[in-house]
Each structure stands twice: as C-alpha cells, then as structure tokens.
Design a protein around this ligand. Structure first.
Ligand code: BGC
Length: 740
C-alpha cells in the first residue's frame, strides 16, 4: 500500500472520487490503486468485534471471527462509569487493530424512549447525560488505539418498527434536549472518526439526506470533522445525501449510486466541489486508518475475558435484598432456570459477537458452592414445548426447590422476544416462568430471582421474593460475574440507567409507540423516562438511578459554587457506613423553580462512581457543565441558560435524594426585537421603554391593582387602534425600543 498522504480530491478523476463514496462490498471501502488509496474495513460493534470471515450480512446471521463479547450497552451503562467504558473501548480498539479493522461500528447511544424498542439492549439509557458520558468514554478508548468509532444511529432512531422509513416527529426542544444532547456530548468530547446516520426520517426528512442534521447541527454547530457513514442501506437519494453531508454509503451499491453521482455532476445537478469536499474527507479517513501503529497479535484472550468479567460484575444491579445476599459459600442452594445453564449474554442482530468463550452461571456457582442441584424449570426455545412438558419441567423444578435452603431462580426474556429488526410486544416475562415462580415460592419462599434481559421487564412478583438481581445481558463472562455478586466477591454497584415501571401502560410513549402510517409522534415531549414518572408523580417498580449495595452510604451536606468558566461544581462528603468495601454512584439532579419554560421536576446533570473502604469518607466532586443547564429556546433557535437559583439535589437515585443545595446562576440574555406584534407584557419588560409605557398607562387609567394591564397583557400592542393608548404613542415606543 502506498501512503495516500498529501493526496487530494483534485488528484482524482470524477469517477474515482465517486468511487470513494460507497463501499466495495459489505464491510470495506474501495481502494484506488492508481494513486495508492487503500481499502479499509468498517465492521460491527458495538460491544465486541464482529468481523465476518466468510459470508456477509449485517444481521448477525453468518459467523464471525472469535472476539471478546463485552457487556452490551444495557449492562455497560449500568456501571455509570465512563472510565470503565473507556477501558472497554481500549480493549475493543486492540481487538479491532489485531484484525486490521479501521472503524468499529459503535457505540449506539439512542435514547430508550420506550421499553418496547427491540434494540434497547444495544443502547445506553433513557437519559442523555448518561448516554453521552458513557458513549464518549467508549469512543475515547477505541480511538486511543488508532481505530475509529462510529457513533450511531444519528438520530432519533428509537424503534425498530418500520425503522427504514418511519418519521420520528419530534418537537425542537425534546429533539435538542433529549435526543441530540448525548450525540452532541460525544462529538464534542471525543470526536468520533465517523458518525452513522440513522435509517429513519426526522420530521419527514431522511436522516441520510438531511442538511440540517448532517451539516448545520453536526458540523457547523458541534464542530464534527469526521465522516458520516450511512447505516447499512439507509441511502434513499444518493445525490441529495451527498449534498446534505452524507459522505460514505454502506454497504456497496454495486456501483449504481457512484454512477448517479457522476451523471449528476455531468448534467449540472451536483456541483463537483461538493463531491470534492466529501472525497477529501474520505481520503483523510484512509490516512487516519493507515496511521495506526502496527499491532501484533495474538489477542490476550484471558486478559480481555477478565475485563469482561469485571465490567459485568460492575453492571449487575441489586434491585432488592432483604438480607439473603450475599450467599455464604456453604449455603444449601438449588439453581433453577434454563438461563443459568444456557446464558443469554447478548442480543440478536448486527451486534452478535462470536465469543472467545462463555461462562455459565451454573458452572460458576458450582465452582464456588460444589455440586448444587439444578433444574431447567422452563423452556426457552422459539418453538416452545407442549403443555405437558411445561408442567413436567415446572414440577421437577419445584421438587428441587423444596429441598433447598435458598433457591437461585434464573428468569429472563427468551432471545426471540427481543432483537434488532423488530420491537417487543410487551414487557412481561413468559407466563411459564411466572407460574414457576409462584409454584416455587409456595414450597420455599427463600428465592433470589436473577434476571437475564436486554429490555426491562415488569416485576409483578417483587414483593413475593426477598432478593432480585438484575443481570441484564452481560457479555461472555456474565455467568461468572453473577456468581461473584451472589457470593459477595463483588459488592454490587450497578444502577438503573432506565426506570423499571409498574406496568407498560405507565410508560411515557404508551399509546404513541410505534406510530402508524410512517409516522411516530413523540407526544410525551421532554418527559422521557424518569422525567415522565416524576412529573406525573407515578409510582414505579424501581426508579432511575436505583441500585443496592452490600454496604450502606451516608451523605453529608452538598455545597455548590459557580466556577469562573460558568460550570457548577458540587462537593458532597460520602461515607461508607457499613462493614465491607463498596462503590456508590453519586447523582446530581437540577431543577429551576419558577422557570419560564416547561421543565421536568428534576434532571440528572452529573454523576460520579466512587469506591470506598469501610468507614472511609470521600469528598465527591461533581461538575455540572453550564451547557447542561441550558434549554433550547425556540424563539431564537439556540441554547439559553436561564438566570436563577438552581436547586441541586444529590443522592443515590432519582427518588433517593439525600442532600440539597442551591446555586445562583447568571444566565444568558434573550433579546427579542420589539415590534407592534410584541405583547404589552413584553414591551413592559423592555429595558428602554418599559417604564415609560407603564407610566403612560397609569397616567390614564390609574395605578394600584391594574386589572386592565392584566387583561391586556397578552395583546399585541398594535392590535387595537387607539386603545389603551393612541397608536402614534405606541409606534413611537416600539421604534425607540428597536433603537435600543
Ligand atoms: C444496523 C447497524 C449496523 C449495520 C451493519 C444495520 O442494520 O442498524 O447498527 O452497524 O447494520 O451491520
């Protein structure tokens, strides 16, 4: 390979430039041998490398080279630890480099708008700060190894139903404050080499051909300087896409769309300079890929498996524990549930990794506690089994449970119920599993439920059992990590990055998800996730941010101050008041009483994960960026920080707030030009003429309780000729206000 260094679009023919803009095949770009441009590989992602050696598809159907399967995003995000995400990113970068992969397709940080999204296992959170911070950690780690990442799916791709065509109809505030905010953070903090545009449309325009999204927002506002790659098959109109800022079409179009670009230049529909800009960016990507230092394998399989186990242990969320956990090593246990023997450790679709090995929880538990009895309890095959077999499996398990001290009951969502490509129909565990639980609790109430699921599930049995462990999909080492937590080798510290509601019917998008006739209306607006439950004061099963530990933490008083750069720093002392070492995830939520705009009751703005020895106190510092306090102001189309006394609540979950403080923030000014269409209320606030207007009205109509002003307040001043003041006076006031 020759260096493409110094090579520019101007050195290429029109056909060569067009050739650069689409794939050679499923996973690689085209080489241009004449001038030494190499072909590079882009492949999935996100929680492991999926490099297909033989057979190409993007649905995970054909096999791929063995790679470490780290916990999918649903698990990783529960660690609330961007530094840990960065370590995973480094490992992903190393594995990609060994396999000569230039760009790994991830992370995916779309917001979990509804628990029904079939792909929620691949996404981080219902909250943009968690999604953005965790995504940035992964990108930094990956790219530290000279490998590019692909931040996806940009944007508002929050369902699988009709995903290639549906229009996500979102108002500007939720679009900016919820759905784009995480992407903005990753782009600004970590500069991913590539951003993958989503399949769907946003407010009617395909993401792959939306100049507002791909150029104005991404490049001009956020400063992105990498390349935009289409999701596999997201291109609708290639020429429109190129002009909008969509650089690389994947996979190959067999040359069809390259020819379309060439023809468009020739007949004047496409300015060749637009193609040059894109070709230059693609040459730059090839240069970056070539600059990666040479990597020598082989992959350290054991070290990466150990990291996968550490992360999985940190991802597990202890939802409930009335003292059963941690288990003594000599506990008289029974393990029940097919998921203990046949782990569900990742989701189905393009992210499906061929793991280097897989730990089952059953083996890991037996390695600690000896030959523990096991019963499958239920079937998890897509075909199912006839009723007599269901009954036999249940009865056999109940018999095993009856003789045990503590029952470890592994329940979960069978893989065919959640996948890329289609959405879930409900959030319930299969009836056979719920029946099994009821039958077991009757003979032995000492039951620890361990859950395997990519999307959250309803937990109607939460009061019936003493302990519930949320073990998500945890990657290839999830089984041993689960045993680590059950026996107290690892003190759980995972937190819910999404609310577990009582019922599907309570969820914010219920009734509008997944839309119809090509449109889905995001009618809940800003009230996504905990923002919704808190606004409506709805009870939930377990709130956002929740997660127990085997120790306890006490919070001192939080103090906050505004730094010179405008960011807010919150400091809070946190003490481990228990007898074992543990990790607390300290969370800071803000609100602004009396705000001029609609705001959820409180919003997470910063968090920190801190490890504490028994008795140790740490002074935890949380930094709230000034930009995170801003709302999107639709009057001026920009971010505005309101002035005021912001309340900062700090605690252990969104509904377990331990200490509160306020900080006065000097906000941004919004100056709206005065006109005859300004309301009396607005003109009264004008710094130049406001007091004159008040004086003129009071002169005519008197002072005191001014009912007239109250009634007229929302009237445009120019609307009623001669009332309440002569028009000429009002025109003069408006003109004076305009002059400033
Ligand atoms: C998925 C992407 C994935 C791509 C390549 C698409 O169907 O939406 O997430 O990276 O395929 O496999």
């Amino acid at each position: 390979m020759t260096e493409p260094n110094g090579l520019r679009a101007a050195d290429l023919t029109l056909e060569e430039k067009a050739a650069l803009t689409s794939g050679a095949d499923f996973w690689t770009t085209k080489a241009i041998d004449r001038v030494g441009v190499p072909s590079i590989m882009l492949t999935d992602g996100p929680h492991g490398l999926r490099k297909q050696a033989t057979g190409n598809d993007h649905l995970g159907l054909a096999g791929s080279v063995p790679a470490t399967c780290f916990p999918p995003a649903v698990g990783l995000s529960a660690t609330f630890d961007p530094e840990l995400a960065e370590r995973v990113g480094v490992a992903l970068g190393v594995e990609s480099a060994i396999e000569d992969v230039a760009v790994i397709l991830g992370p995916g940080i779309n917001i979990k708008r509804s628990p029904l999204c079939g792909r929620n296992f691949e996404y981080m959170s219902e909250d943009p700060i968690v999604s953005g911070a965790m995504g940035a950690g992964l990108v930094k780690g990956i790219q530290s190894q000279g490998v590019g990442s692909s931040l996806k799916h940009f944007a508002a791709n929050n369902q699988e139903t009709d995903r290639l065509r549906v229009s996500s109809d979102v108002d500007p505030r939720p679009l900016r404050e919820i759905y784009l905010r995480g992407f903005e953070r990753v782009v600004k903090d970590a500069q991913p080499w590539t951003v993958m545009c989503a399949y769907n449309r946003i407010n009617g325009v395909y993401a792959s051909e939306d100049p507002w999204l791909l150029t104005q927002v991404l490049r001009e506002e956020w400063g992105f300087d990498g390349i935009v790659v289409s999701d596999w098959g997201a291109v609708n109109d290639r020429v429109a896409g190129l002009v909008a800022g969509m650089d690389l079409e994947m996979p190959s179009s067999g040359g069809r769309t390259d020819a379309e670009l060439v023809a468009a230049v020739r007949d004047g529909r496409l300015d060749e300079r637009d193609l040059d800009v894109v070709a230059d960016r693609l040459l730059e990507l090839a240069r970056k890929a070539q600059a990666r230092p040479a990597t020598t394998g082989p992959l350290d399989v054991d070290a990466h498996h150990a990291l996968a186990r550490e992360v999985a242990g940190r991802a597990i969320v202890l939802l409930k524990n009335e003292g059963t956990l941690p288990l003594p090593r000599n506990a008289r246990l029974a393990v029940i549930g097919e998921f203990a023997r046949t782990p569900r450790f990742q989701g189905t679709g393009s992210s499906q990794i061929n793991p280097t090995r897989v730990d089952s929880a059953l083996d890991a538990i037996r390695a600690v506690a000896g030959d523990v009895p096991f019963a499958a309890g239920f079937d998890i095959t897509p075909e199912g089994v006839p009723e007599p077999e269901t009954a036999r499996l249940r009865d056999e398990a109940v018999a095993v449970a009856r003789d045990a001290g503590t029952v470890l009951l592994f329940l979960g969502v069978p893989s065919h119920e959640e996948s890329e490509g289609y959405d879930r129909e409900h959030i319930d565990l299969p009836a056979a599993q719920l029946d099994l639980l009821d039958a077991i609790v009757e003979v032995n109430p000492d039951v620890v439920v361990v859950l395997s699921n990519g999307g959250i599930v309803a937990l109607p049995f939460a009061r019936k059992v003493p302990a519930i462990v949320e073990a998500w999909l945890l990657g290839q080492a999830g089984g041993s990590a689960t045993a680590d937590v059950l026996f107290g080798e690892v003190n759980p510290s995972g937190r819910l990055a999404e609310t577990i509601p009582l019922r599907l019917e309570d969820t914010p998008a219920y009734g509008s998800f997944p839309g119809e006739h090509g449109h889905v209306r995001y009618g809940e607006g800003l009230l996504v996730g905990y923002r919704w439950y808190d606004e409506k004061q709805l009870a939930v099963r377990y709130p956002f941010g929740h997660g127990l530990s085997y120790t306890t933490f006490a919070y001192g008083e939080a103090v906050a101050a505004v730094r010179e750069d405008g960011d807010v720093v919150v400091v809070v002392p946190v003490t481990n008041t228990g007898r074992v070492a543990g990790r607390e995830v300290v969370q800071a939520y803000t609100s602004l009483p009396g705000s001029d705009v609609q705001r959820p009751p409180h919003e997470l703005k910063a968090f920190a994960s801190v490890q504490l020895a028994p008795g140790e106190t740490a002074s935890v510092t949380l930094r709230i960026r000034r930009s995170e306090l801003a709302y999107w102001d639709i009057r001026v189309d920009r971010w505005i920080v309101e002035s005021g006394a912001y309340v900062i609540d700090v605690g252990s979950s969104s509904r377990d707030l331990r200490t509160s403080t306020t900080v006065v923030v000097d906000g941004d000014e919004v100056v709206l030009p005065a006109s005859l269409n300004s309301s009396f209320d607005e003109l009264l606030l004008d710094p130049v003429v406001g007091s004159d207007l008040r004086a003129m009205i009071e002169e005519r109509y008197g002072t005191g309780e001014n009912q007239l002003l109250k009634m007229l307040g929302n009237f445009p001043v120019g609307r009623l000729d001669g009332f309440p003041l002569p028009r000429a006076d009002l025109v003069e006031l408006v003109e004076r206000a305009q002059r400033g």
